[in-house]
Design a protein around this ligand. Structure first.
Ligand SMILES: C[S@@+](CC[C@H](N)C(=O)[O-])C[C@H]1O[C@@H](n2cnc3c(N)ncnc32)[C@H](O)[C@@H]1O
Length: 274
């Protein structure tokens, strides 16, 4: 989203500020979507009763809550203090703490499963975070992570097209991980292989985003996601009505009796610590 040289510290600060500011909006607008991936993550990591599960970039705590319901002992970590406060409110009986995915404050080999639901895209150095996941897993333990996949009609495609056509992409935001790097199964396999994971498998998940109207997508991004809200907030204010109108028009074919049902496919990647 910018021609500026890659500066991991600047990207981290941008993401941290965004998620802290938007934690409540994220919970309001994204819970019904990102939680759809969680049962697949739990099934594919074969979480057993009593397993120790680390939920990295836990946000409002959804994966922790679901894993605990499966009988796991969970710990959720996120670098956003406000996300951790929200997770503690949502799941008062579970453990959450502030921690950075790239520098986990735990000794090696302590967890049976690491889950990262829609987190890797937000890390300044995702390879480092995945290596951290490997370090804290027990031998034989499993990592599962998800990333949005590219798709015609996805909310991300619709928003990006509307901005490219009616606004600007180069607005001086710190560049981060390419949006779809971890939607590429070959890339996911290559990264996990390089770290030492085995039995790597990628599965496409068909998730859907149900919005309360064709004209709600822009607000939903502005109120709820660090990168897209940063991009929208950095537009010339005069361009915003056209961007919003383009999103509404592109959402129209997905209207089902007043509900906009957008395809939001994701790639689930699972690997085992050798
Ligand atoms: C898209 S949200 C995903 C939240 C949740 N896992 C879910 O399933 O909805 C991304 C989360 O990653 C967190 N995050 C981003 N960078 C992080 C980092 N370096 N370390 C820990 N958490 C991070 C954000 O604070 C945010 O809560």
């Amino acid at each position: 989203m910018s021609e500026a040289p890659y500066d991991p510290a600047a990207f981290r600060q941008f993401e941290h500020e965004g998620w802290n500011r938007l934690s409540d909006g994220y919970h309001r607008h994204w819970e019904a979507l990102t939680t759809q991936a969680v049962p697949h993550m739990l099934a594919n990591t074969q979480i057993a009763k009593g397993a120790r599960v680390l939920d990295v970039a836990c946000g409002p705590g959804y994966a922790s809550g679901a894993a605990a319901a499966w009988g796991a002992t969970t710990l959720g970590v996120d670098f956003s203090e406000n996300m951790i406060a929200l997770a503690k409110t949502n799941f008062a009986e579970l453990d959450f703490q502030v921690a950075d995915a790239e520098d986990l404050p735990f000794p090696g080999g302590g967890f049976d499963v690491v889950l990262i639901n829609f987190g890797v895209l937000h890390f300044p150095d995702p390879d480092k975070a995945l290596a951290e996941a490997y370090r804290v897993l027990k031998v034989g333990g499993k990592l599962a992570f998800t990333n949005w996949a590219k798709s015609e009609g996805s909310g991300i495609t619709i928003a990006m097209r509307a901005i490219i056509k009616n606004g600007a992409i180069e607005v001086g935001l710190p560049p981060g991980t390419p949006l779809y790097r971890f939607a590429d199964a070959n890339e996911c396999e290559s990264v996990l292989n390089g770290i030492g994971f085995t039995d790597i498998a990628c599965t496409e998940l068909s998730l859907t985003w149900r919005l309360p109207g064709t004209d709600t997508l822009m607000d939903t991004f502005q109120q709820a996601t660090a990168r897209m809200s940063g991009l929208l907030n950095a537009q010339n204010p005069e361009a915003l009505p056209a961007i919003s109108a383009a999103m509404t028009e592109a959402c129209a074919p997905y209207n089902q009796s007043g509900v906009t049902v957008l395809p939001m496919p994701a790639l689930l990647t699972v690997g085992t610590k050798a």
